[in-house]
Design a protein around this ligand. Sequence first.
Ligand SMILES: Cc1cc2nc3c(=O)[nH]c(=O)nc-3n(C[C@H](O)[C@H](O)[C@H](O)COP(=O)(O)O)c2cc1C
Length: 169
Amino acid sequence: MTTLLVHESHWGNTRAVAEAIAEGLGTDDRSVQVVDVGAAPSPLPAGVDLLVVGGPTHAFSMSRASTRRDAHTQGAEPGHDGTGIREWLAGLPAPAAPPEVATFDTRVTQVRRLPGSAARAAGRLVGHHHLGKVVATESFFVEDSHGPLVDGELERARAWGRQLASRQA
Ligand SMILES: Cc1cc2nc3c(=O)[nH]c(=O)nc-3n(C[C@H](O)[C@H](O)[C@H](O)COP(=O)(O)O)c2cc1C
């Protein structure tokens, strides 16, 4: 069983969540590859049976070139402006053996009642492009645009990873 976990992150919060999810997923009989979206493979390598994709919610959806530039202007880490999960998913050829797919995002806790979620938008894109079957979608929360993560979110991410692994077992 092989999991590919692709993350996009501008201040490191989504990356930290991705690593916690990978810890939860990791078991002796499952290989988990965690990659930044800038280095994510396309097409999907053969044998991936679970694809986990996560990024920050930007402007109620997945990031775009313009919102990534805004993040950079607001002091985010350099080097993440080029490709986001939107572009990676949109460019991915439909796999011959579609994997199960789980999507996640990070977003700001104070506006958690607002509808926009990169995870849900990514799930819709996966459906439109026939990339796999979406089996789970989750949001994790930060205090502010640059972070930090709300207390307890890394533990919740580990638990979500464990849940994903157990539904595949
Ligand atoms: C341009 C921009 C737009 C954003 N729009 C939203 C939004 O619509 N909803 C929200 O909850 N957070 C929004 N945020 C906050 C991001 O979700 C937050 O920066 C992200 O979760 C941090 O994760 P990262 O460190 O992995 O980039 C926005 C941030 C930026 C830079």
